[in-house]
Design a protein around this ligand. Structure first.
Ligand code: F3S
Length: 286
């Protein structure tokens, strides 16, 4: 049996930068707060909590706090939230990924020019909520073909489309194609991050050859859930796990290739553990 682990599995540049920053700030000492969980991985969050890092969910949670550092998460916050946090006078460390920051800037500039902002993504995802909060006028979020079909815009108004960085590239193209059929003037900025695209393409390629595919990611990680969706279409025996203990695969003894990939919020240590322990577990079942 051969095991292939995707080269693009695990932390992307933005997540690594954010997690490293939190650990660096912990080393410096003082109360540390992260605005929302710094990444969607329960193991990492648990470790940070054990080191005293507290998660806050609203600038109101900082009321009465006079010292400490607030770390803004990698997938960004809205302009209003950032301003409210800075107004507390506490030290603020912004780990918003530069690729997400670029979307904030585009949305702020294009909405200021009078364009209708359309965000292709999941409306309830914190990154999308953050992006929405940089538009000067109400932005529209589209995540399904039905929503794209139903979209209507004021006559004569130009549209600027951006996307959530972790959105599925194929779905993005489909939704944009629906919007383009309507006779609006559209500026489309594909802001899907390359890390996501590479991860999805590689996962797709491995899953189409694999007999068993393992996707490692946190339960609340949307990019891991999307990876699972992509792999499942090519490999029916795809398993979504958080740690190696979750793996409950059914083997028939004919499996030759096991593929492994992981979402952007999965630490290297967990991938290596899955690699060694899962393989042992699977081999024992043969
Ligand atoms: Fe940044 Fe892309 Fe990661 S936007 S946080 S490098 S998935």
């Amino acid at each position: 049996m051969e095991v292939v682990t995707a080269k693009s599995a695990g932390f992307c540049f933005g997540v690594k930068r954010a997690v490293d920053t939190v650990y660096e700030e912990v080393e410096k000492g003082g109360p540390i707060f992260t605005y929302g969980p710094v990444i969607h991985n329960e193991t990492v969050i648990g470790d940070l909590e054990a080191k005293g890092v507290r998660i806050i969910h609203s600038p109101k949670d900082l009321e009465g706090i006079t010292e400490g550092t607030v770390i803004l998460r990698s997938h960004g916050v809205s302009r209003k939230e950032e301003e409210e946090i800075r107004a507390t006078g506490l030290k603020v460390v912004d780990t918003t990924c530069p690729f997400v920051k670029r979307i904030h800037r585009t949305v702020a500039e294009e909405s200021a020019k009078g364009r209708q902002i359309v965000i292709i993504g999941a409306a309830d995802h914190p990154e999308v909520e953050g992006i929405r909060g940089w538009s000067e006028t109400p932005a529209v979020v589209i995540g399904t073909p039905e929503e794209a079909e139903a979209f209507e815009c004021e006559e004569g108004k130009e549209i600027c489309i951006v996307s959530q960085t972790t959105f599925n590239a194929t779905k993005f193209e489909k939704l944009v194609a629906i919007l383009k059929q309507k006779s609006y003037t559209i500026i489309c900025v594909n802001t899907i991050c390359n890390a996501t695209h590479e991860r999805q393409t590689e996962a797709q390629e491995i899953a189409s050859r694999a007999d068993i595919m393992i996707v490692i990611g946190g339960r609340t990680s949307s990019n891991s859930a999307k990876l699972y969706e992509i792999c499942r279409e090519r490999c029916p025996k795809t398993y979504f796990i958080q740690t190696w203990e979750d793996l409950d695969a059914e083997l028939d003894g004919n499996e030759k290739l096991i593929g492994i990939t992981a979402g952007a919020s999965t630490p290297k240590r967990i991938i290596e553990e899955v690699q060694s322990k899962c393989l042992k577990k699977l081999l024992n079942k043969c």
